[in-house]
Design a protein around this ligand. Structure first.
Ligand code: FPP
Length: 261
């Protein structure tokens, strides 16, 4: 990747091709704690500034024409963090939804949640369910927030539901294929992510969208989440657009077009 440090946001924007945008972008928002530590602030300050990044990335995703944005806001493992931090994160989520519901409605943003949302505090569940209902007709951008989410348990839960449906005769074991199985995942109805971004220099998937990321392009940046803004998102999209996605085919097949298969 070229060095784009000295290039302006507008210049990067002019390099982006509208016809090859990722339809679904997923983000592992990491580094809030380290951002705060570098400034000798409590970890929660990092999460608070991280919310500004969340807002900016959502606004920009809608503006540029991304159709689905999935944010990893809280993993199943995050419950083990100090209780004060867990509470603060739940509070931030509720504050965000309370404050931004009107804007989401006006801007055509449809809110969705994946994960074990039934484990969240009842007040958070109410706000989430309300946001899902109020925005259900919106069409511009699907904002999909992963809460108490874990990829492996999502797959196990899907398998359990499939087994029940096989027992009840709703599905036959022979008829079970990838397309059918996908209907049992939390992301049912959504396209797989084209691009997955992880901030803060860590290079792992951390139990996020394990099934769905089979052919996803990964982009890792050292930028900490509270510093990740529109320009960083544009750089990720530009990097994505410079890649050749082959889905297991040869380069020649891709060049000749799918007719050549
Ligand atoms: C990772 O940083 C960040 C989180 C675990 C939480 C991110 C959540 C938000 C910003 C709130 C999301 C709300 C909505 C509405 C999407 P870390 O604490 O793991 O950082 P560290 O690795 O530097 O300690």
């Amino acid at each position: 990747m070229n060095d784009y440090k000295n290039i302006t946001t507008e210049e990067i924007l002019s390099l982006i091709s509208q016809s090859n945008l990722p339809e679904h972008v997923a983000i592992i928002m990491d580094g809030n704690g380290r951002w705060a530590k570098q400034r000798r602030l409590p970890r929660i300050s990092g999460h608070k500034v991280g919310m500004d990044s969340v807002r900016e990335v959502i606004t920009f995703s809608r503006e540029i024409g991304i159709k689905v944005l999935t944010l990893y806001a809280f993993s199943q493992e995050n419950w083990k963090r100090p209780q004060a931090e867990v509470k603060a994160l739940m509070r931030l989520l509720q504050e965000y939804l309370r404050k931004e519901l009107k804007t989401m409605t006006e801007k055509g943003i449809r809110f969705r949640a994946i994960g074990e949302t039934e484990k969240l505090p009842p007040a958070a569940q109410d706000i989430i369910n309300n946001a899902i209902e109020e925005t259900s007709k919106n069409k511009d951008l699907i904002l999909n927030v992963a809460l108490s989410y874990g990829g492996r348990s999502e797959i196990i839960e899907a398998v359990k539901k499939v087994l029940t449906d096989i027992e009840n005769g709703k599905v036959s074991a022979d008829g079970l294929d990838e397309a059918v199985f996908e209907n049992y995942l939390n992301t049912s109805g959504l396209p797989d992510p084209d691009l997955l971004i992880r901030t803060s220099g860590e290079k792992r998937i951390s139990n996020f969208l394990l099934w769905q990321s089979a052919y996803t392009e990964f982009y890792f940046t050292d930028t900490l989440w509270p510093d990740f803004r529109k320009k960083d998102m544009l750089l990720a999209i530009l990097d994505y657009q410079q890649r050749e996605r082959r889905f297991g085919l040869t380069r020649e097949q891709i060049r000749r077009g799918l007719d050549a298969i």
